[in-house]
Design a protein around this ligand. Structure first.
Ligand code: NOJ
Length: 758
């Protein structure tokens, strides 16, 4: 019986491989024929990706871009929204250009399309890969219904420096978790078949190491050892490639002294040769041109270097379009290289089925019925509630009772446009649910909700202007600060509980939104102190796109719920958690430091030769005079309305050989009075190795649901594969020796066991 099953499986695999080979041959023949007809200019045209800035509906044919499309000088467009416009532009390509090659239509569909999910950092805090995949699936369905066939997502840059605003766009600090998220998102966008009309091409970015910018300043220099790259920063990009991602975007930064966009080692040796990537590589926005400022040559030089390094498509800057013909004449690039890049773009279009039907994403009926639907918003609400992280809940202040009077106070208390967070270009900013609306809808007339702003976002109006760009205003209040504060204190004094909606605005994180100090802005801090002085219980509902330094708040505010930017349904989702309809289960995916000076602070650090063991401070140990080494909240941390107890760990054996595996069991019990979800986390430490290894690394996790009093045994299987790392020679190996296992509800997990690999 068993043998029969095996041979059936083998036969299906062989048939599948055969069918794939046939499909590849068919694609190759189709593209060979097409490319024979193409002029050099038309081939280079495929490598050009302008932004569609100047196109408005009904005017497409008169735009500058339309002229270029007719001449075959455009391979794809982005920043164009609506099925009507896209159809009009696609028509120019397939009806008015010589070879009728359809266009790619890209967009930054990062955490939802019109239905917006929490910012990616928030999404990652669900630790729920099905939910994350689901959010990407819905985003792809909506985007494809509106004409988009390519998204510039997932962003998988590991970041251990929360000053960097783009930490909001990724999955935090950990390569293992980041890799799981990368896979889930690629699967969500691309589905199992790109030929369908509701799956779209994904683009993993920003390759590579963009999250390691020095000082957390955006676009800044990156410099790190290959050890660190391979072990900590590259795995999520590789995971996306392994999951079949169709395209890769290069990053703005340099890697080993060569900007990523012209880095042959990165784009060819690692990406294509080591990882076997078969899709195409696109630059970031003018990142080809910017290599002149990096100091490696004029536009012609950097464009030629980029192509030779393995870049296929040039976003916005037109370095390829304007200089490659000359470089070819001068022998600086080869026709073979141009052909290879052009083929990659055509293959992507072929795989999407655009040659069969260039309008397959232009179904106006889908646009009317599949976008921002009530079902999608319902899912967004549920996903948002699961992304929130309960940071503190002294005396079980939360959940709130539905009685009495609530004073809702803060610059983010009644705002819609900021709820989506960074990168929500397709969304209508007037549509998200504000916290005030969410609370009111949740309580009806059971509770009296009083509302006041209490303070502006920032004391400095110029700073506030920078932090509320792109129409995401918080409606600056121009009255004197004392008047605004007093108004809030008046309602605070009439209330039973204060809900303070404070933190960052949406545009304080995301691209080009680095901060040197990452606390709650001081004017809001002042408001918070004044609210605490009233003696009323205070719940801090914290909006943020990054970990903040909130040591003082942790010490002084009784309850803190971190809500990131929750998207379209933010207000409803926050109300769901505040009133206990949903028990919070989010766990942090980046460490929250005590102050900026501790950065970079991350759990998987090395031990050093002089680790601080025991009490801080110790002379001649690795610590600071003025702050301990501890974070305020470690990676993996997050509370629930219930409590969980962890038993000791039992290992199935105390030693394994290469090729064997063991199991680690632990019993988790819900010891509180609410049903709740817990993310059970497995960390491993390699005690002795040929190179130094982190003090612990995440190697597995399971999210379980427990009723009050219920226990579950959680089992992790550990094999040598989980023990592997890139050694000094960058070989991926599991070295024999002792390994420690830690299991618990965050990265400080104390339950411990150990085994050896023989
Ligand atoms: C620049 C950003 O770095 C990238 O993430 C984005 O996809 C492009 N602009 C296109 O908008």
């Amino acid at each position: 019986m068993f043998r029969k099953i095996i041979s059936a499986v083998m036969m299906i695999t062989a048939l599948h491989a055969h069918a794939q080979q046939n499909a590849d041959m068919k694609m190759k023949t189709f593209i060979d024929v097409l490319m024979k007809k193409m002029t050099l200019e038309e081939k280079i045209g495929q490598l050009n990706l302008p932004s569609a800035g100047d196109i408005t509906t009904g005017q497409a044919s008169n735009s500058d871009i339309a002229i270029k499309i007719r001449e075959g000088k455009v391979g794809g467009l982005f920043n164009i929204k609506s099925v009507g416009k896209i159809k009009e532009v696609q028509k120019i390509a397939v009806e008015q250009s010589r070879l009728k090659i359809p266009l790619l239509f890209g967009m930054d569909v990062i955490h939802g399309y019109e239905t917006v999910f929490p910012i990616p950092l928030g999404l990652s805090c669900t630790w729920d890969m099905n939910l994350i995949e689901r959010s990407a699936r819905i985003a792809a369905t909506e985007a494809s219904a509106d004409g988009i066939n390519w998204t510039f997502s997932p962003m998988v840059d590991i970041c251990r420096d929360p000053r960097w605003g783009r930490i909001a766009e990724g999955a935090g600090e950990d390569p293992y978790l980041g890799s799981q998220v990368a896979k889930a998102m690629v699967k969500g966008y691309q589905g199992d078949d790109l030929k369908k009309n509701n799956t779209i091409l994904a683009c993993v970015k920003h390759y590579a190491l963009y999250g390691a910018a020095e000082g957390g300043r955006d676009y800044n220099t990156v410099d790190m050892s290959h050890q660190r790259m391979y072990n900590d920063y590259l795995p999520p990009y590789k995971a996306a490639v392994d999951a079949g991602v169709g395209s890769v975007m290069t990053s703005f930064n340099e890697v080993d002294g060569i900007p990523a966009t012209a880095n042959k080692w990165l784009l060819t040796n690692v990406l294509r040769k080591q990882w076997g990537f078969k899709g195409f590589v696109v630059s970031d926005y003018t990142s080809v041109n910017e290599m002149t400022a990096h100091g490696i040559g004029d536009l012609q030089t950097v464009s030629a270097r980029a192509l030779n390094a393995g870049l296929d498509m040039d976003m916005v800057g037109e370095g390829f379009l304007t200089t490659l013909p000359k470089s070819l004449k001068e022998g600086k690039v080869s026709l073979a290289q141009i052909n290879a890049a052009c083929r990659k773009i055509l293959e992507a279009k072929y795989k999407l089925g655009l040659f069969d039907d260039p309008y397959k994403y232009c179904d106006e009926n889908r646009a009317k019925t599949e976008i921002f639907t009530s079902e999608n918003r319902k899912e967004a609400r549920s996903i948002a509630a699961q992304s929130f992280v309960l940071l503190k809940n002294q005396g079980n202040l939360l959940p709130l009772k539905k009685s009495g009077t609530i004073a809702l106070i803060g610059p983010l208390a009644d705002n819609k446009s900021n709820m989506n967070g960074t990168w929500s270009v397709a969304a209508d900013f007037s549509k998200p649910i504000s916290l005030y609306t969410g609370l009111k809808e949740a309580v009806g007339d059971k509770i009296n909700i009083l509302l006041a702003k209490g303070s502006n976002l920032e004391e400095d109006s110029l700073l506030e202007e920078r932090e509320t760009m792109f129409g995401k205003s918080l409606g600056r209040d121009h009255r004197p600060a004392e008047v605004i504060l007093q108004e809030a204190l008046n309602i605070a004094n009439q209330s039973d509980v204060i809900v303070a909606a404070l933190g960052e605005s949406a545009e304080m994180s995301g691209e080009s939104s680095s901060r040197s100090m990452i606390g709650i802005p001081s004017i809001q801090e002042k408001l918070l102190r004044a609210l605490l002085k009233t003696g009323k219980p205070v719940v801090l509902v914290l909006f943020t796109g990054r970990p903040l330094t909130i040591k003082w708040e942790q010490d002084n505010v009784p309850a803190i719920l971190n809500v990131w930017f929750g998207g379209s349904e933010a207000g409803h989702a926050i109300a769901d958690v505040l009133f206990g309809e949903v028990n919070p289960s989010g766990k942090l995916t980046a460490t929250w430091p005590q102050n900026t000076g501790q950065i970079p602070l991350y759990y998987a650090h090395k031990n050093t030769g002089r680790p601080l063991e025991g009490q801080w401070f110790q002379k001649f140990r690795s610590n600071y005079l003025d702050v301990s080494n501890d974070p305020v909240y470690p990676f993996g941390y997050g509370l629930s309305y219930t409590t969980f107890n962890y038993s000791d760990i039992t290992l199935s054996t105390s030693s394994i050989k290469q090729g064997e595996s063991l199991t680690a069991n632990i019993t988790v019990t819900n010891t509180g009075s609410y049903e709740g979800k817990e993310v059970v986390q497995l960390y491993i430490r390699d005690m002795v190795a040929s190179v130094t290894r982190p003090v612990r690394e995440l190697k597995g996790f399971q999210k379980i649901d427990l009723k009050p009093g219920e226990s579950k045994v959680v089992t992790f299987t550990i094999s040598p594969e989980d023990l592997k790392f890139y050694n000094y020679d960058l070989k991926y190996v599991a070295e024999p020796g002792e390994f420690r296992v830690y299991i618990g509800g965050n990265s400080d997990a104390v339950k411990e066991a150990s085994f050896t690999l023989k």
